[in-house]
Design a binder for this molecule. Structure first.
Ligand code: IPE
Ligand code: IPE
Ligand code: MG
Ligand code: MG
Ligand code: MG
Length: 319
């Protein structure tokens, strides 16, 4: 296969597949991706009545009906950049969102951040109970890998499937998200150096966002090293920026917009960027990192507009 250093143009292939016009702005296409994702998530989950019904009801509560769906949107925007139709990446979008949903359920537990509001509703351990919340997380994690293993669009490509499973496991495991959560808890009451804090951000949040842009690239094995290196840089910077914005929103966000209580980090004495640099210093650092994400896309054309739009939104978001 001919090596392509940058993705072939073919702007909006994923948007076209979701029924939207490739000429429309990403926010317009985004609505189609969100609907598509909700349908795919819904069909990945067992009906609430499946035995044991309490567990399946809680799983559906944790996954459906809320969340910004940023990680799946990144998957679809990366597919646009790659010129891939959306149906090729649905399983990746679902798997990444399932891991994220599990991480939120566990993150809110009394032994972790002990939060009572998530996505505008009672957290899973309050709406159900703590043991059920732990099991919901366990089940969602297993389901994410099942979705990748069972996806019809991936059958017949065992090497791609294996790589996707490795990517997701690496991003979410003990050296990725879970490791980041451990460091986050161990850093409570400590003052970290800026580089230590960015390492924490990169692990607990950045790795999964990075996976959302790297995993679709596995479907384009002809993507050259240059394109991969730039999208890798974009994913890292975006992941960092996202957690920096999250820490700022915990200080000055509006709970009714955020759908979570706010003030959680201060209550738990977490090591955060606003604690280290002050709110204004944290905003400046966030802007530097956002610019790095944006600059990583400079060589691409309109096919990267979705990724550009997301990187702009991540820094200015209010939820
Ligand atoms: C919150 O993630 C947890 C972090 C990793 C910072 P999101 O802000 O993406 O949460 P939802 O999915 O929109 O609820
Ligand atoms: C959580 O970070 C990162 C995860 C892996 C879930 P936070 O604890 O800051 O996320 P929120 O603010 O509760 O959403
Ligand atoms: Mg936390
Ligand atoms: Mg939390
Ligand atoms: Mg937070």
């Amino acid at each position: 296969m001919k090596e392509a250093s940058l993705p072939a143009s073919g702007h909006g292939a994923a948007g076209q597949a979701s029924g939207d016009s490739s000429a429309s702005a990403f926010p317009v296409r985004m609505a189609g991706y969100r609907e598509r994702l909700e349908r795919a998530l819904e069909s990945s989950l067992a009906p609430a009545t499946t035995h044991p019904a309490r567990l399946h009801t809680a799983i559906r509560y944790a996954v459906l009906g809320g969340g910004k769906r940023l990680r799946p949107l990144l998957v679809y925007a990366t597919a646009e950049w790659l010129g891939l139709p959306a149906e090729r990446v649905d399983a990746i979008a679902v798997a990444v969102e399932l891991v994220h949903a599990y991480s939120l359920v566990h993150d809110d537990l009394p032994a972790m951040d002990d939060d009572d509001l998530r996505r505008g509703r009672a957290t899973v351990h309050l709406a159900f109970d703590e043991a059920t919340a732990i099991l919901v997380g366990d089940a969602l994690q297993a389901l994410a890998y099942r979705v990748l293993a069972a996806d019809a669009a991936l059958v017949g490509q065992p090497e791609v499937q294996q790589q996707l499973i490795l990517d997701l496991a690496g991003a979410s495991g003990s050296e990725g998200m879970v490791g980041g959560q451990m460091i986050d808890i161990a850093s409570s009451h400590l003052r970290l150096a800026p580089s230590q804090l960015e390492d924490l951000h990169a692990r607990k949040t950045g790795r999964l966002l990075h996976a959302a842009v790297i995993m679709p690239c596995r479907l384009r094995p002809d993507l050259g090293g240059e394109g991969l290196a730039l999208i890798d840089r974009f994913g890292r910077a975006l992941g960092l920026a996202f957690q920096m914005a999250d820490d700022l929103l915990d200080v000055d966000g509006r709970p009714e917009v955020l759908g979570k209580s706010g003030g959680s980090d201060a209550r738990n004495h977490k090591a955060t960027l606003p604690v280290l640099l002050g709110v204004e210093g944290a905003r400046r650092r966030l802007e530097d990192v956002r610019r790095d994400a944006h600059d990583a896309l400079a060589r691409f054309g309109a096919e990267a507009d979705g990724l550009r739009w997301i990187s702009g939104w991540v820094a200015s978001r209010d939820r």
